[in-house]
Structure formats: structure tokens, C-alpha cells
Design a protein around this ligand. Structure first.
Ligand code: FE
Length: 189
């Protein structure tokens, strides 16, 4: 059972403790999160989407989930774990795109002919463990889910956030966004 985070400081604490771990593609977990969030900012996304993008892989900071695919050949379901630990803090507009960013990859592999070929070796390995590209029915069902479009956009920022030397704002830059999103809060119960 994963802890449910109670405040934004606990997010900072997670990044302090585990942010230097490898994302698996020549960037750290912290660098990947910050780069992806910056691409969301530059695209003009609203705060909820920027926060979702920043925190989409927070589940990989727990249990070294990011490297489980490599090491053990299994899927740690980091998208589910990540949304779960944030569920006491943030609304569904943030949690759902996080939860759906792996299905969004499977969706894009189905509908975007160039997408599969653009994936890194690590992404291809995780894709196969995650169930591979969606078939037509799965793709259609995915699109009907609330926040599916947001999850697809998040996925695009996710894919961009893998540059070894890109300089972007640090985590503190996003504190006000996270604080106000947390104040708006998760639904009770
Ligand atoms: Fe990611």
C-alpha cells in the first residue's frame, strides 16, 4: 500500500529523495519531469495540465518503478500508483491525465503511424509490457474516457522531455501552481 501524500512539501520531498534516479534515457527523473512540464507551459496549457505533466511519472519515484521494466521485465503500473498517491491532493483534472498517460501511448501507437517508430528502446520495452498498441475497439473506448484528450497531449510533452542538456525552470517554479491546485483540492470521500 502506497502512502497518499498530504501536502505539496511531500512532493518536493519525493523529488529530493529519488529525483536523481535515472529515467532510463540519459536524463534523471527530475530532469524528465521538469522538461515535460516546461513543454506543457510553452504550449500554453492551463495550470492543471502543467501540474499533471510535471507529476505524471511520480509513481516511478516509488519502489524504483521506472527501472522495474528493465530489471525485472514487469510493468509496475506507475501511472496508477502515481495517481493514487496524489489522490488526496489534486482533482481529477490532474489525476486522470496521469492515470491515462500510458493508455495514451498505446492509443497513439494505434492512430499515429509515425509514433511507434519514434519511441525509444526503453519506451518500446515498456509498451510491450503494458499490452502493446491498442486495437481499433480499444482506441475508440479510450477516446470516450474523460480527459483522454488531455492524456494524449500530456503524452506528447512526456515524449519531448528526454534531452540530456536542456535547461528549464526548477521544481520551485511550479510550487505556486501545485499549491493552488491542491487548495482547489481533491473531491472528499
Ligand atoms: Fe514520462
Amino acid at each position: 500500500m502506497k502512502p497518499v501524500l498530504g501536502n505539496v512539501d511531500e512532493i518536493f520531498d519525493l523529488f529530493d529523495r529519488f529525483g536523481d534516479e535515472s529515467y532510463g534515457e540519459d536524463v534523471t527523473q527530475r530532469a524528465h519531469a521538469l522538461q515535460a512540464a516546461w513543454f506543457a507551459c510553452k504550449a500554453g496549457e492551463e495550470d492543471a495540465m502543467v501540474v499533471a505533466t510535471l507529476l505524471h511519472d511520480v509513481g516511478q519515484l516509488l519502489d524504483d518503478a521506472g527501472n522495474v521494466a528493465d530489471r525485472e521485465g514487469r510493468d509496475a503500473l506507475h501511472e496508477i500508483g502515481g495517481a493514487a498517491i496524489l489522490s488526496g491532493l489534486f482533482p481529477e483534472a490532474i489525476l486522470a491525465p496521469i492515470r491515462l498517460h500510458v493508455p495514451a501511448k498505446r492509443y497513439l501507437c494505434r492512430v499515429d503511424p509515425g509514433y511507434l517508430g519514434s519511441l525509444s528502446a526503453a519506451s518500446l520495452l515498456s509498451l510491450s509490457l503494458q499490452g502493446g498498441p491498442f486495437d481499433a475497439d480499444e482506441a475508440e473506448a479510450f477516446l470516450r474516457l474523460p480527459f483522454a484528450a488531455e492524456a494524449v497531449r500530456l503524452r506528447r510533452y512526456d515524449d519531448l522531455g528526454k534531452e540530456p542538456d536542456l535547461k528549464v525552470p526548477d521544481l520551485e517554479f511550479y510550487r505556486p501552481l501545485m499549491e493552488s491546485a491542491a487548495l482547489n483540492g481533491a473531491p472528499l470521500g
